[in-house]
Design a binder for this molecule. Sequence first.
Ligand SMILES: C[S@@+](CC[C@H](N)C(=O)[O-])C[C@H]1O[C@@H](n2cnc3c(N)ncnc32)[C@H](O)[C@@H]1O
Length: 273
Amino acid sequence: MSEPTTHTLGSWFAYARKHLDDADAQTLCETAFEVNFSELVAGAKLPAPASQIDVLRDFIGRRRNGEPVAYIVGSRGFWRHEFIVSTKTLIPRPESETLIETVLPFLTGSARVLDLGTGSGAIGLSIAAETGAYVMMTDVSNDALQVAANNATNLKLEVQLRRSNWYDAIHESFDCIVSNPPYVASNDKHLQNGDLISEPLIALDGGLDGLDALRVVIGDAPAYLHHGGRLAVEHGFDQEEAVYAIFESTGFQSIELMRDLSDHPRVTHGVMP
Ligand SMILES: C[S@@+](CC[C@H](N)C(=O)[O-])C[C@H]1O[C@@H](n2cnc3c(N)ncnc32)[C@H](O)[C@@H]1O
């Protein structure tokens, strides 16, 4: 389809919507034209500056080539905040908000929380913002930790950041451990499709059955939890039985499954006696 002949915000928004799905077109137009949705609609007849049209043209091409919108615009909304993302971090998913909903009722400002595999920091920073708790956020990826540090600075939140291969560099104990570890099976065809193909494999690949990281995160947790401390992990919609069994064999009690907004099994949590 040929480009618009009149260069207004509205004509370019319509053009973007012809090429992309509505949500993607909206986000890319808002970013390119530096407006929010109301301004985009109310300003439909305003002239679109040539430099911003160039930006939008580039965005549309990249999206049509499969690049995720969050990587194109450099951020993604999660819980109550906008988080910087890079190609070195997973794009935070709405279903991971289930982890926050799960642990918030058990946390006070004096809690000590560990977020393992923090990526952009979306989970740990959301918990810090909601509770004022002491939050340590770890990742094996220095690039991810740098993004998490930038997000902490932007949100003016004081948190601890540490490079660690799961618990290897952890010598403290906590009231709560949260983790959204890689849990996709290595041969899962979804790794070759959609946004996942652009995201770091280290953030997704959970080994042959997808449970490699979950076995470590759950199995080694008791040494890092206070008595009565809670572990909450995100997992695949079809992994709840396997994850429940790991919680049980590790000695957790009050084990409970939480479902995400699509009603899929998504988070399991339990208490260390
Ligand atoms: C599924 S992503 C979750 C990122 C973020 N917590 C979120 O929910 O958006 C998993 C994260 O675990 C990290 N990771 C992978 N292997 C790790 C390891 N051995 N030790 C610590 N973190 C690891 C990855 O770098 C990635 O940031």
